[in-house]
Design a protein around this ligand. Sequence first.
Ligand SMILES: [Zn+2]
Length: 214
Amino acid sequence: MPSVVDPEIAPIPRSRLRAWFACPEPGCEDQHYSLSEIVYQCRHCGGLLQVEHDPVPLADVPAATWKRIFEHRFMGTLWPYGSGVWGKREWINPMVEDENIVSFFEGGTNLFWAERLGRELGIPELWIKQCGNTHTGSFKDLGMTVLVSQVKQMLAEGAPIRAVACASTGDTSAALAAYCAWAQIPAVVFLPRNKISIAQLIQLTRSGSRGRKR
Ligand SMILES: [Zn+2]
């Protein structure tokens, strides 16, 4: 797939952009890890990591320009920018190459006018964002596209990853199974024994992931 060079679509060369895992805890300011590193928590304090971006190149583009570009990309067919997630790629994860993005063009779910509920609550204009109205029925698609794309990127870089695993009976497992199936990466889901409905099980086994009773 050709990379987009049109400044109206991609205003900054991705080679200028950087993001990394950081630990937000006091005393861990030096705890930075590559997004391609297999790391689950801060190696200093054990805390959860968060993604940080280098704001300098992002700030080179005025906010109004970003807004125009995001609107231009939104729900279009230009790979991968039509996705509600990857349409904001530079602000999400700029480190993944085009060919490693695993996307179902997730996001862009509509707002429903909840007229009856609004009347009950005394709110005449109540609109609800229904993120579960997606390919897998799971709002976790929005994060999973980033996770599985990053894993595919790491595999391309030679990381020794045999599978992606999660413990979940619902949204996470459904999204993980679907995105891994698309990327041809084995998915393993850990499930509580006898505490899952057939409907929940179908959500993930239909995409070929393996369940493990525990
Ligand atoms: Zn830490």
